[in-house]
Design a protein around this ligand. Structure first.
Ligand code: CP
Ligand code: NVA
Length: 342
């Protein structure tokens, strides 16, 4: 039986570093099985609720396809489809869903909601993004790093941009758990909360990772193996004007990539997606018209460059989420892991 059996993944802190490492390796193993058409039906006969208060492409598609390929039935419950938080409390909804489904995914605003779903449902709950954490992004991202470099401990991952959003928090803590040096490079007002930094430092003391929190771009990016960024304005936020002004110097462009001073084969670019790298979408055009900017957190040149691993990273969401669901809900024996090779 998996050590994680019956557990919820609500944040990186829901796992020990060893358990997180296991999920990273298990995710790569499942990717290998999928590539070779080897069945891995760990969730035969299970039903899974997917609650989404916010939009999603990758997380929703990952949970749906991962569930089906492992033999489970996923049901999408959008914010207008159920009573959660409107006509019914989180506690009551959790009790009902927990009596019918074997596992629940939640994407939404408050961390408290996903914590309460876990508290009251009695089944494993997986955080598909809240305002505070995005753990089902971190595990696949660590898989992407390991695939590219062959190891994790000692690599340097640098997050540049809005340093106190959900993805930054998760990478800061998740990376430090597994010995990845994490740099957060952001304007002073967008640096991570001290509680998150303290937590990362605590894990880093055990793993040997080095943490750097700075508003100095040159110092922060030097020696990075991965430059990572995310949107400047996350879902639920609206302060475009202020953030564009603050974050423009932190845009990931070729100049910033060069500042890493790393050889080409030792440097990659990552982004959780969706990315604002051109103004080709309707939404992009509206923002471009209003604020006079067509590329935000990353230039189109870097996004499409040899450094970019963004689509591999997107695909890995599915394999990592499979690992999370199988380990917490599947009737698993611990398989001998096969490391995925490109
Ligand atoms: N990275 C990520 O969570 O993407 P979606 O918003 O498309 O799910
Ligand atoms: N920080 C982004 C991540 C999207 C996957 C958001 O919350 O909108």
């Amino acid at each position: 039986m998996s050590l994680l059996q019956g557990r919820s993944i609500l944040a990186e802190t829901s796992m020990s570093p060893a358990e997180m490492q296991y999920l990273v390796d298990f995710g790569l193993h499942l990717k290998y099985l999928k590539r070779h058409n080897i069945p891995h039906r760990y969730l035969e006969g299970k039903s899974i609720a997917l609650i989404f208060e916010k939009a999603s492409t990758r997380t929703r598609s990952s949970f749906v396809t991962a569930a089906v390929e492992m033999g489970a039935y996923p049901d999408y419950l959008g914010k207008d489809d159920i009573h959660l938080g409107v006509k019914e409390s989180v506690e009551d909804t959790a009790k009902i869903l927990g009596s019918m489904f074997d596992g629940i995914e939640f994407r939404g605003f408050k961390q408290q909601t996903v914590d309460d779903l876990a508290k009251y449902s009695g089944v494993p709950v997986w955080n598909g993004l809240t305002d505070e954490w995005h753990p089902t992004q971190t595990i696949p991202d660590l898989m992407t790093l390991k695939e590219n470099f062959g190891y994790l401990k000692g690599l340097t991952l640098t997050f540049v941009g809005d340093g106190h959003n959900n993805v930054a928090n998760s990478l800061l803590v998740g990376g430090s758990m597994l010995g990845v040096n994490v740099h957060i490079v952001a304007p002073k007002s967008l640096l991570p909360d001290s509680k998150k930094v303290d937590l990362a430092q605590k894990y880093a003391a055990e793993s040997g990772a080095k943490i750097m929190i700075t508003d100095d771009i040159d110092k922060g990016v030097r020696g990075s193996n991965a430059i990572y960024t995310d949107v400047w304005v996350s879902m639920g936020e609206n302060d475009w004007q202020e953030r564009i002004k603050l974050l423009h110097p932190y845009q990931v462009n070729m100049d910033l990539m060069k500042k890493t001073q790393m050889p080409d084969d030792q440097l990659i670019f990552m982004h959780c997606l969706p990315a604002f790298h051109d103004a080709s979408t309707e939404y992009g055009q509206k923002i471009a018209k209003e604020y006079g900017i067509t590329e935000m957190e990353v230039t189109d040149e870097v996004f499409r460059s040899q450094y970019s691993r963004v689509f591999e990273e997107g695909e890995n969401r599915k394999h990592g989420i499979k690992a999370i669901m199988a380990a917490t809900l599947g009737d698993l024996f611990i398989p001998e892991l096969t490391t995925f090779k490109k």
